[in-house]
Design a protein around this ligand. Structure first.
Ligand SMILES: [Zn+2]
Ligand SMILES: [Zn+2]
Ligand SMILES: [Zn+2]
Length: 334
């Protein structure tokens, strides 16, 4: 994670990142599921080869792994050296297009090989952080971002629009830039907590979340059921579980910051209280769900007593559950 640009570059070799190399030996694609990338699946079908042979021998054509990166070069060439700038108009770069116009617009193909000297410098990069692709013509953006701006927000000034944009993201990458400023920190905190408990980081899901809740100011004020309803509009497996966890983690973190412990409340969220456990390596239980609602002990003094005991003794999950059950039974007994 690069904190300065809110950019996460997952490592497909790390089993805790959801992202895998395409198994085709010569293919540099990374996809969000195991197995071949989409292009290889298509090309495998068309090839008629058996899977093993295909994986070993297939060499994919140059594809748009990052749009704009394989931008067509300017036509100008001299002694086998091609102009390094991207094409702008009439297959010439901006500089050479202007030169071509002032020399009276001769036949382009001939002029490009006989007239001008090829440029050798590289153009400045796109204004979007980490995009790193060359600028398109007179624009401050690369051709991918120029097209995206034209499509998504043609009336918004480029500088404003650019502050919320990410570079073209591949399967193993995400950026927190599309989230509102406070929400970026909330997401970062939640993802760090998830990583700390050994959970996987799924870039595809985070990218989906940015589309889903990216326009909200922050999570603390958001309505949980409304968020869950939003998550259910996505067919993506794990969306609701992810949103649920992020929402909870941010709230627990906020309460801890204000000095409220998860055990101060009447309803204990079991993953948050981290009860001691002899079975776990860390010595703390790693349950991922479940609640104990102490209001089920309707007798107030017994409820307070049970809560006091649980807070002071810090019992294991089994002992805590048994005691809770007994307390509920005692009250319910005639
Ligand atoms: Zn592939
Ligand atoms: Zn040129
Ligand atoms: Zn760009």
């Amino acid at each position: 994670m690069d904190a300065a640009s809110w950019f996460f570059n997952g490592d497909p070799d790390n089993e805790r990142t959801v992202g895998w190399w395409c198994p085709t030996r010569a293919c540099p694609s990374i996809s969000n599921s195991r197995g071949m990338c989409k292009s290889c699946i298509r090309e495998h079908r068309a090839s008629g080869l058996d899977r093993e042979t295909f994986l070993d021998t297939h060499v994919p054509e140059e594809r748009k792994y990052a749009p704009g990166r394989h931008q067509a070069r300017c036509l100008v060439e001299r002694d086998g050296r091609r102009c390094t700038h991207g094409k702008y108009c009439r297959r010439l770069c901006l500089t050479h297009y202007r030169a071509w116009c002032t020399s009276g617009s001769p036949e382009v193909e001939v002029w490009a090989r006989t007239g001008p000297v090829p440029l050798t410098d590289t153009l400045p990069a796109c204004a979007i952080a980490r995009c790193e692709q060359e600028r398109s013509g007179l624009k401050t953006l690369c051709s991918y971002h120029v097209a995206k701006h034209r499509r998504d927000a043609p009336n918004e000034p480029v500088e404003e629009w650019a502050s919320r944009q990410t570079p073209f993201l591949r399967a193993h990458q995400f950026s927190l830039v599309p989230f509102q400023p406070v929400m970026r920190w909330e997401m970062l905190y939640a993802l760090q907590q998830r990583d700390a408990r050994g959970g996987k980081i799924d870039p595809t899901l985070v990218r989906m979340l940015s589309g889903l809740v990216g326009d909200r100011p922050h999570l603390l004020d958001a309505d949980r059921s409304e968020l869950m309803a939003l998550a259910h509009t996505k067919t993506c497996a794990g969306a609701s579980a992810h949103i649920n966890e992020i929402y909870r983690v941010v709230h627990v973190g906020h309460e801890e910051m204000r000095g409220i412990k998860p055990t101060d409340k009447l309803v204990w969220h079991l993953p948050s209280i981290k009860a001691p456990s002899r079975k776990s390596k860390t010595g703390r239980a790693r349950s991922t769900h479940g609640e104990l609602d102490f209001t089920a002990i309707t007798q107030p003094w017994l409820r307070d007593l049970t809560l006091e005991w649980a807070r002071n003794i810090d019992p294991s999950l089994e002992v805590l559950r048994d005691t809770f059950r007994v307390a509920v039974l005692v009250v319910a007994a005639p």
